[in-house]
Each structure stands twice: as structure tokens, then as C-alpha cells.
Design a protein around this ligand. Structure first.
Ligand code: COA
Ligand code: AMP
Length: 631
């Protein structure tokens, strides 16, 4: 048995050789001659001269290797009461058929396809169908509003869009089609056609000449074969929040993605092919891309596609029920989901009657995992709980517990140690390495490993500026933290304007851009404030124009609605206060961190550079009027 230390050292001693060895677990139509192509450093490519296909590796290969009758996808939908099991053989045929429908309408290698769908197996099939023919998908989360979808349409310029007619939230059915139509109206780019997956809960009216029904689209078309693509060919684009309103189009390649995700399933998540893996997330997020769709299937696992919430669908027993009923071996979700379950069912009575005998461990990521929640979860489930830290950009674990190699001792509050491929450093503002225990910017020495982003979609300059320029030779993660003497990492906070609401990554900069469009608003700032359930919530601060005679409560109501309409309900923007002035430094910089500390009731030192300290008293009063800081 090897140890983590030996594995990490083996990677470090010969990164190319180590990754080439991992690449042998993947089927190549043409084997790569080397792992890393650094000819354009600091823009790197992995397995660039290999030829392969993602859908073939995730689906067809398993059919040919004796897994034809193994269930590939279990769909469990407590919001509709439906369940479905799809074997690898069925999945191959369904992917080939949808890929055929795209191909018949002119979609080719390199064309983009936007997918805007709820948590149904057809979403996963649509993703795989794109990769089957080398088309590049971009999945947009259903909780985003039309204008956010429009922004992504204009950036990705898709030839086609595949959408569901509706999504089902516990309290309402969300019609997706009107959002899609509005987004296409708003966007400058127009897709050639849309394929609409009709759900019985709310069917959509199709626009003649543009929309085609999911079933009708597949009639009379030939199933498509897998198209071999270069290892460096983009597999997908996934938009994520950055500092500005314009989301970043994270590009994922093909070869590195296959190799890294396949490696992660056994070594990080501790599962063998054939076992059931469940990531309770959404295909609109990176966790859904990597650990609902791609990694489990590439590795020959059964994946659970879950359409529901941890609570309210119908109650706090749902997660335990799904784990027991489908014999889940390894489970992954965001800490907020367990905070929600604990709030409803602190003694975990709902766990009774659900046999968790197959479950070996639970993984948490997406936001800080508070030790209290981890301890509660360990106690009630009796299973080890592992925090791990990564981001949309990396697509898989930067720092985690390599359970399949050797489970390392858990230190509550730390996601453990860097995975092979990642050399993690804590840097000071001047770029110098900080000693153990000191807080600094977390940076990863270049090159990033396979499976991480090679660049941003059609925005290499932005890629360099956002990630590479601050610390030459390193990738800047945007997180701050420290390392201890045992090499464990501690993730403390973001260094930018990104906040994390219920495991969803959101940009306060984008919210500010939306608030500023309200005619009464003169100036605004949005900060993240602590929340017991969702980790953070956005709170807006507004100053109004001199001639504004609209009552403050009315303006607040209107801006809350505006953010919901422009960004979407997922922003969870419900808190805003009107103030006379925003606290600023003498040079005019808004003191966002100070505002967040006041709202959180934290001690802070009045910044020496503040323009007028009296403003903070007014701020405190207005925040208190909406019930903050929370007791
Ligand atoms: N389509 C349309 N609307 C959606 C949506 C979707 N796919 N997903 C969420 N929304 C809406 C919700 O209905 C809600 O609207 P509301 O303001 O009208 O209530 C809003 O967006 C916020 O949703 P959500 O973040 O899910 O919060 P919630 O209050 O409904 O539930 C939790 C809270 C903790 C139960 C929930 O956030 C959760 O299950 N989190 C799990 C974490 C997770 O999946 N993270 C992904 C990364 S791993
Ligand atoms: P996303 O790109 O949506 O996955 O969000 C990534 C960001 O979420 C990271 O940069 C961190 O700020 C935060 N994050 C993710 N996982 C963790 C974790 N385990 N602990 C602390 N923060 C985390």
C-alpha cells in the first residue's frame, strides 16, 4: 500500500511520467506522446496530441467492457414523485440519438450548445451528446434570470440551445421557456435552433421554425458516432462569478479532464467502479459537471441525479432515504444542505429506518465547512466526514483527504492537504512565501494539473489578469488562508468580491451593477453577511438621489425585485438598507469590509483613512433596523 506522502512525492519527482501513467486508465484513439505541453507557457495544455472522446470514455467504453446492464444513472425526483434507472447500454443509445439530432441540424465539432435544464437525466444526456460530437456545451443554472442567460448566449454564441420546459421548486413550477425566449430576445446573438424537453408539469409553446421538440428532434435521425478530438479540445465552458458583472467563461479541456476526474474517484472519493456515487448538487454548477455527470460515469460508477432539496421535498429524511434506497457508497454535498437538515431535525430522527450500511463516507465542499456542522454530521451518521476545497476553475480537488490512498487524520476546519498536481503556496502581497501559520493569498505553482482551466473562453487577457498577473509563476485562487506545520491548509476568506450563498458563488459586483440601474439609487455597495443556514447572504447599501421622494421601503422592495428579475432568485438578495452616505476612505474607496463587520457584529478598528467616522454610527442604526447583527 502506498502512502499519501509517497504518492505526492512520486508526482513531484516526475509530473509528466506520473500523469502519463494515470492517462493509461483512459481510452485514447491516439495515445498522447506526453502529458504537458508548455510551449505557450503560462498557457498550458495537457495531452494535447492525444485523440479521445469524452462520451466514449463515460459511456460506450463501459458497454463494451461488460457494464452494458449496469445502471449508469438513477434519477430520483421527490418533487415529481418519479424515479428512473438508465443502464449504460440505454445511455449510449440515448446519447447517440440526441447527438444525432444535433448533428442532423448542423452542429459540428467546436460549435457551442447552451443547456438550460432542470435536474432530469436528459440534462446529463444532453451534455454527453454534445461531447460525443465534439460540440462544446455550456450549462446555465436554472435559477438564473433571463438577462444572465442572455449574457452567456452572447459570450458563448451557441449554434443551438437545449432547454427544459420547466423546473420544479418546492413552492412553485418555474417555467423555463419564457425565460429562454426573453434571453434570446435580449441577446445580440441568435441560436439557429432550440430543442425543448417537454415536461408534463408545464409544457411550453414552441416557436415555429426555431424550436423543436426533444422527441421529434430525434425522429428519423441516425445515431451519431463518437468523434475523436484532441486532448486540448474544449469539452465545455462553465460561467462563474468574478469581480465584475461579466461572468468568467471557464474552459475545460478534454484529455486532462478525463484523466484527472477518473483518478479522483478512487483516490479522493474512495469508490470502485460499479458502486453508487451521489453528489447532491445541480448540473448548473461545477460540482454537477464533475461529480454528477462526468467523473462517476468515466470511472464506471452509477451516478444519482436528484431533483429535490435537502428539506421540504417532502422533509429532512430525503437525503437519508436516497442514500439507503440506492445503496450510495460515497456522498458529496455542500455544508449548507446539512445545516438545513440539522435545523429541521437536530436529533436526526428522520434517519431512522434508513439503512446506511453501504455508505462509507461523506464529502463537503463549495463553501467553508463549519466544524459544528461536521461534528454533528459525524455524530448522527457515524461516518467519516471529509471537507475538501476546490473551485469552478480547477474542476476537482485542490486540497482534500486522499481517502482512497490513505485516509489522513481530520483536523476540523481544514480541508486537509494538496492533491498530487497541486503545489500550494501562501504568499504575501509582495509575492514572497509566508511562514507556516501566517495568513496570505493562496496560490498554486504553475502549471495547474490536468482537468483545470487552460484559459477563459475567448478572453486570454482576462485569464492572465484575473489569475496569473498578481504572482508571476502562480495561479491566484482568490482565496486567503494559511498552512500549518503538518502541511494542512486552512481556507479563511475570499480576497475578491465573490460571496458564497448556500454553496452558490455570486458576485457582489454584479449585484451592485444591477442596483445602480434603479433610477432612485445614487450609490450602492453590496457585501456578504454571515448567515446560519446559507453561510452568507448579500446585503445592499443604497444612497438615493437628492430629488428622490419615493419612500425608502418602496425603493428597497423595488431593488430586491430588480435583482431577482435581473440576476435570478438564486442571488437570494433580500436585505437592503438606505443610508445617507456610504463609508469611504479619504481617497474615495468604499469600506465594504467594515460594513460587513458591522452587520456581523464583529469587532473592528475604525480605518485610519476613513473620511468621516460618524457615518459608521448611522450605518449601525440602519442595519439594526433590519435585525442585524443577528443575536
Ligand atoms: N430553478 C429556478 N429557481 C431556483 C433553482 C432552479 N434550478 N434553484 C434555486 N432556485 C430558487 C429557489 O426557488 C429560491 O427561490 P425563492 O427565493 O423564491 O425561495 C432561490 O432560488 C434560492 O434557492 P436556494 O439557494 O436553493 O435556497 P432555498 O432557500 O430554496 O434552499 C437550501 C436552501 C440550503 C436548502 C438550498 O440552498 C440547498 O439545498 N443547498 C444545497 C447546496 C447545493 O446544492 N450547492 C451547490 C454547490 S455544491
Ligand atoms: P465554486 O467555484 O462555486 O466552486 O466556488 C469556489 C469557492 O468556494 C472557493 O474559491 C472558496 O472560496 C469556496 N470554497 C469551496 N470549497 C470550500 C471549502 N471546502 N472550504 C472553504 N471554502 C470553500
Amino acid at each position: 500500500m502506498t502512502s499519501y506522502a509517497d504518492t505526492y512525492a512520486a508526482w513531484k519527482a516526475d509530473p509528466d511520467g506520473w500523469w502519463m501513467e494515470q492517462a493509461q486508465a483512459i481510452h485514447w484513439d491516439r495515445a498522447p506522446s506526453r502529458a504537458l505541453d508548455d510551449s505557450k507557457a503560462p498557457i498550458y495544455a495537457w495531452f494535447a496530441d492525444g485523440l479521445t472522446n469524452t462520451c466514449y470514455n463515460a459511456v460506450d467504453r463501459h458497454v463494451e467492457d461488460g457494464r452494458a446492464d449496469q445502471v449508469a444513472i438513477i434519477w430520483d425526483s421527490p418533487v415529481t414523485g418519479a424515479q428512473q434507472k438508465i443502464t449504460f447500454a440505454e445511455l449510449r443509445d440515448r446519447c447517440a440519438s440526441v447527438a444525432g439530432a444535433l448533428e442532423a441540424r448542423g452542429v459540428e465539432k467546436g460549435d457551442r450548445v447552451i443547456i438550460y435544464m432542470p435536474m432530469v437525466p436528459e440534462a446529463v444526456i444532453a451534455m454527453l451528446a454534445c461531447t460525443r460530437i465534439g460540440a462544446i456545451h455550456s450549462v446555465v443554472f436554472g435559477g438564473f434570470a433571463a438577462s444572465e442567460l442572455a449574457t452567456r448566449i452572447d459570450d458563448a454564441k451557441p449554434k443551438a440551445i437545449i432547454a427544459g420546459s420547466c423546473g420544479i421548486e418546492p413552492n412553485r413550477t418555474v417555467a423555463y421557456k419564457p425565460l429562454l425566449d426573453a434571453a434570446i430576445d435580449q441577446a445580440a446573438h441568435t441560436p439557429e435552433f432550440c430543442i425543448i424537453f417537454q415536461r408534463d408539469q408545464q409544457r411550453a409553446e414552441l416557436i415555429e421554425g426555431r424550436d423543436v421538440d426533444w422527441v421529434a428532434a430525434q425522429e428519423g435521425v441516425s445515431p451519431a458516432d463518437c468523434v475523436p478530438v484532441e486532448g486540448s479540445h474544449p469539452c465545455y465552458i462553465l460561467y462563474t462569478s468574478g469581480t465584475t458583472g461579466q461572468p468568467k467563461g471557464v474552459v475545460r479541456d478534454t484529455g486532462g479532464h478525463l484523466v484527472a476526474l477518473n483518478w479522483s474517484m478512487k483516490n479522493i472519493y474512495g469508490v470502485d467502479p460499479g458502486e453508487v456515487f451521489w453528489a447532491a448538487s445541480d448540473v448548473g454548477w461545477v460540482v454537477g459537471h464533475s461529480y454528477i455527470t462526468y467523473a462517476p460515469l468515466i470511472h464506471g460508477n452509477t451516478t444519482v441525479v436528484f431533483e429535490g432539496k435537502p428539506v421540504g421535498t417532502p422533509d429532512a429524511s430525503t437525503f437519508w432515504r436516497v442514500m439507503a434506497e440506492h445503496k450510495v457508497a460515497s456522498f458529496f454535498t455542500a455544508p449548507t444542505a446539512f445545516r438545513a437538515i440539522r435545523r429541521e431535525d437536530p436529533e436526526a430522527r428522520h434517519m431512522q429506518g434508513h439503512d446506511l450500511g453501504h455508505l462509507r463516507q461523506i464529502y463537503l465542499a463549495g463553501e467553508r465547512a463549519d466544524p459544528d456542522t461536521i461534528e454533528w454530521l459525524q455524530d448522527v451518521s457515524g461516518k467519516p466526514v471529509y471537507d475538501h476545497w476546490w473551485q469552478t476553475e480547477t474542476g476537482w480537488t485542490i486540497v482534500g483527504n486522499p481517502v482512497g490512498i490513505e485516509p489522513l487524520p481530520v483536523k476540523l476546519g481544514s480541508p486537509t492537504v494538496p492533491m498530487p498536481g497541486y503545489e500550494v503556496h501562501i504568499l504575501g502581497e509582495d509575492g514572497a512565501e509566508l511562514p507556516d501559520g501566517e495568513l496570505g493569498a493562496i496560490a498554486v505553482k504553475l502549471p495547474l494539473p490536468p482537468g483545470t482551466l487552460p484559459t477563459l473562453w475567448h478572453a486570454e487577457d482576462r485569464f492572465r489578469k484575473a489569475y496569473l498577473n498578481s504572482f508571476p509563476g502562480y495561479y491566484e485562487t482568490g482565496d486567503a488562508g494559511r498552512k500549518d506545520a503538518d502541511g494542512y491548509l486552512w481556507i479563511m476568506a475570499r480576497t475578491d468580491d465573490v460571496i458564497n450563498v448556500a454553496g452558490h458563488r455570486l458576485s457582489t459586483g454584479l449585484m451592485e451593477e444591477v442596483l445602480a440601474t434603479h433610477p432612485a439609487v445614487a450609490e450602492c455597495a453590496v457585501v456578504g453577511v454571515a448567515d446560519d443556514l446559507k453561510g452568507q447572504l448579500p446585503m445592499g447599501f443604497l444612497t438615493l438621489g437628492r430629488d428622490c421622494d419615493t419612500p425608502h421601503e418602496q425603493v428597497v422592495k423595488e431593488v430586491v425585485q430588480l435583482v431577482r428579475d435581473k440576476i435570478g432568485p438564486v442571488a437570494a438578495f433580500k436585505l437592503a438598507v438606505v443610508v445617507d452616505r456610504l463609508p469611504k476612505t479619504r481617497s474615495g474607496k468604499t469600506l465594504r469590509a467594515t460594513m460587513a463587520k458591522i452587520a456581523d457584529g464583529e469587532n473592528f478598528k475604525t480605518p485610519a483613512t476613513i473620511d468621516d467616522p460618524a457615518i459608521l454610527d448611522e450605518l449601525r442604526e440602519r442595519i439594526a433596523a433590519i435585525g442585524y447583527p443577528k443575536a
